[in-house]
Design a protein around this ligand. Sequence first.
Ligand code: NAI
Length: 465
Amino acid sequence: MSEVYDVVVIGAGPGGYVAAIRAAQLGLRTLCVEKGNLGGVCLNVGCIPSKALIGASKLYWKARNGAHMGILAGDAGLDMDAMIDWKDGITNKLTSGIGGLFKANGVEHRVGSARLAGPGKVVIEGEAGADAVLTRNVILATGSTPVQIPFLPFGEHVLDSTGALALREVPGKLAVVGGGVIGMELGEVFARLGSEVTVIEALPRLLAAFDPDVVRPLEQKQKKKLGMKHLVDTKVEGAEIDAEGVTLRWSGKAAGEGRFDKVLVAVGRRPNSASLGLETVGLSPDARGFVTVDAQQRTTAAGVFAIGDLVGNPMLAHKASKEGEVAAEVVAGHPAAMDVRAIPNVVYTDPEIASVGPSLEALKAEGRPLKVGKFGFGALGRAMTSDATDGFARVVGDAETGEILAIHLVGAEASELVAEAGLALEMGAELDDLSLTVHAHPTMAEGVMEAAKAALGEAIHAVNR
Ligand code: NAI
């Protein structure tokens, strides 16, 4: 017990590893403890591998469905082993890159499972047994775990997102329980690769956090082009799992049952706050398991900070990273705070969905006077040349001040377009700022500019109403 650290970071996901690097950059003696690979869910079994399969499956689908563009790739084939190996190569490269960054910045790294053991003390259980380290501060960054449905335990045929991302055979029939972000992204991947996909969602709509009109182009494309089935307002009630697959029964709007080779369960994630020794420093998680923090990411226990999925929604890697930087800076005595105005929310489907700020529904419910401008990508040259005319950009401003309150995007490259949208909100931009900024032609981003112009009644390439 001779070590005394300035900060011990527990967990090396996009929250924890960023916190550790930033802390070390600020001259703090920093230890990061991680029981698995560096990079957490995001790099190993989440954001990055899913985007690899999304990208690869889009290319495959285009090769088979590009005849109208003059692409005659014949019966393009699929080598699932090679695709999964390629994906794994990317995650290996990125996770070892974090190891390199730790070394370069002077972050000490230990493999093991860490927990609080009273103020200033962290116990680490590694392969060689347990020992304790002393530290002035701790940053908890242990992330979240997929929620399991009791009668659908994860196994060979019932998969969480990690299992789905490792499939080396395309299931013939795939059920996706939960029409949220993971369900829509991964359901679509397997539909493009050839699975017959049925999405079962308990709420009356898919991706309920977004406005219905934003989700509609995606729903249409999934149904019409990929043959996906969407059962909304429908709840899975029971299951029989056998050696070959799963029979699911569901009730509600589309009551019925079906037989599937695999079932992907994506009904949300819950924070990893148990087994962290929170009680040893006088902390207890809230009813949903989240650890409560203030704008400096401080818990109510002195010297204990928490970040990422552990502290609440949105459970997004980029939110966790930002909170990690804030926590490290606060530990180092800097006047940092989590005071961001815009956290982008992206769904990597085809078309992509991305937004900053509240939904239009939520803004209307506030009763505030709004100026709303919408520009359909069907009228955009670049969208046509990319064979990606589905979707639109919408800019919502305050009718009195012109301040941009939200930007909603559905279409190709929405995940990239949202960067400008985030900057606009973060800088308190007004509709004029976006409308007057010269945007390169031809780009998808012109659609965002045109939407701002439309909100002002000054659209050039659409009829102003
Ligand atoms: P989610 O919260 O996005 O969606 C879960 C869906 O399951 C909801 O629509 C819910 O109504 C439905 N549901 C719940 N119980 C059900 C039941 N018994 N039967 C049918 N439907 C049911 O959660 P998801 O997709 O599991 O993702 C987990 C987290 O991971 C999210 O918080 C998300 O923020 C994050 N994530 C983010 C991504 C991104 O930013 N692109 C990609 C993937 C995940």
